[in-house]
Design a protein around this ligand. Structure first.
Ligand code: FAD
Length: 406
């Protein structure tokens, strides 16, 4: 049972399974509210895949509130705009100003960051806190709710006791499987290519924007990282014949080029100049029936993995972390706090999961008629009603979980 330190202020010991972006952010949010936290990570090192991440204002609100904004800005790249272009012709469909305009409209920065850089900022902040610990090579195998609080089991055999257990152990979450049964995430019929290239290698660099290039049954996203010294590409193609999910598995340059043959040079040159062409199949899940069991709760990809077509998976885990920490601290009991956490978060993450699936259709229109019907009105909107196009993003980027603190 968590200790009550003051009126509706729980704190105690939290165990977090998983040291990814979601788990480390959860640790920091709990630490800020007076909890002691131990992160249990199965891998032998805290590592992220060598690729970029879009950090939208809704995520930056939390990272700023954790005091990490300056460290993040120092390592990130700020795009000038968010754009949609046609994959083959390069024709711009619309462009929404970012930079100062994003700050003005959504209250925080819109940034691009190398995943390894973000993980480093988060891990350094956890390690700098005397109330925190991180164990590597610590594989969690399950949990138990006992009368004196939840316990976590490690592969090494020891049970660890806590007041709160968070399962931030990713799309194949062990804690989710125990909580809800052994069904698999669903294959979405998409494969993603990922490459990162030093900018100095590129004669036709991607624009200084977050640029989606939409095409038939495929799309690419280009953006810059690390102060503009690196260029990043995510290239997604619909195909059913490959379902590998290793973060380190590579395809060949020829395969990636064939998937984007005839596309504009900022896309194909990025593929051509990359040393490594990582690829993995994309999976998601339908919203889960339940996110918690007693004082054990799921967070991030463990409970709402989504297609990356809104660039919101990590952002949703970051938002979860803030709300979870606030609610478990302020509710009468940890269990009541977790119930509120689920009630607050599920409608939003379910909507983003659905919107991410919806963007697959929007970005991948296959027929010329479908393309005209989709991109024509968007182009007109961008030309004549830019405020309306911008307002379409407000529900996602303008959401500030730190502003609704009780
Ligand atoms: C192509 C692509 C592009 C994307 N682009 C964006 C983007 O631009 N913006 C964005 O916000 N999101 C993006 N996402 C989504 C984002 O990458 C994920 O949502 C996010 O990384 C999930 O973080 P997480 O911490 O919940 O899970 P993970 O990153 O999967 O971390 C889980 C951690 O738990 C550990 N673990 C697993 N099992 C155990 C166990 N049993 N015991 C202990 N530890 C365990 C793992 O080793 C890992 O470190 C993208 C995703 C893809 C695939």
């Amino acid at each position: 049972m968590a200790r009550e330190t003051s009126k509706h202020q729980n704190s105690g010991m939290a165990l977090v399974a998983g040291g990814g972006i979601g788990g480390l952010t959860a640790a920091l949010c709990l630490l800020q509210r007076g909890w002691s936290v131990h992160v249990l990570e199965a891998a032998d090192a805290l590592e992220e895949v060598g690729a970029g991440l879009q950090l939208s204002p809704n995520a930056m609100h939390v990272l700023d509130a954790l005091g990490l904004g300056d460290a993040i800005r120092a390592a990130a790249f700020e795009p000038e705009a968010l754009e949609l272009r046609l994959g083959r012709s390069g024709q711009r469909v619309f462009s929404i100003p970012a930079g100062p305009a994003a700050r003005k409209r959504w209250g925080a920065d819109y940034l691009h960051m190398h995943r390894a850089d973000l993980l480093k900022v988060l891990a350094n902040a956890v390690r700098a806190n005397p109330a925190a610990g991180i164990s590597l090579g610590a594989r969690v195998t399950g949990y138990k709710n006992t009368e004196s609080g939840p316990q976590i089991m490690l592969a090494s055999g020891e049970p660890l006791a806590a007041d709160l257990v968070i399962g931030a152990d990713g799309i194949h979450s062990t804690l989710r499987t125990q909580m809800l049964g052994p069904d698999s995430p669903r294959f979405t019929g998409n494969l993603a290519w990922r490459v990162v290239v030093p900018m100095e290698r590129l004669k036709h660099p991607p624009p200084p924007t977050a640029c989606v290039w939409a095409g038939r049954g495929r799309h690419a996203v280009t953006y810059r990282l690390r102060g503009g010294t690196l260029a990043n590409l995510v290239g997604v193609i619909e195909r059913q014949d490959w379902q590998g999910e290793s973060w380190t598995e590579q395809g060949t340059k020829q395969q990636a080029l064939a998937d984007f043959a005839g596309w504009p040079l900022p896309v194909t040159e990025l593929i051509n100049q990359a040393d490594a062409h990582y690829r993995w199949a994309l999976f998601d899940r339908a919203p889960l029936a339940c996110w918690h069991d007693g004082a054990v709760a799921l967070l991030g990809d463990a409970c709402h993995p989504m297609l990356p077509f809104m660039a919101q998976g990590a952002a949703m885990g970051i938002e979860d972390a803030w709300v979870m920490a606030r609610e478990v601290t302020q509710a009468e009991t940890v269990e009541a706090g977790l119930a509120r956490y689920e009630a607050i978060r599920k409608p939003r993450t379910s909507r983003v999961q659905a919107a991410s699936r919806g963007n697959m259709k929007t970005f991948h229109r296959k027929s010329p008629l479908g393309q005209l019907a989709t991109y024509g009105p968007m182009w007109l909107g961008g030309q004549f009603l830019p405020g309306v196009v911008r307002a379409h993003q407000d529900w996602i980027y303008g959401h500030n979980v730190t502003a609704t603190d009780r």
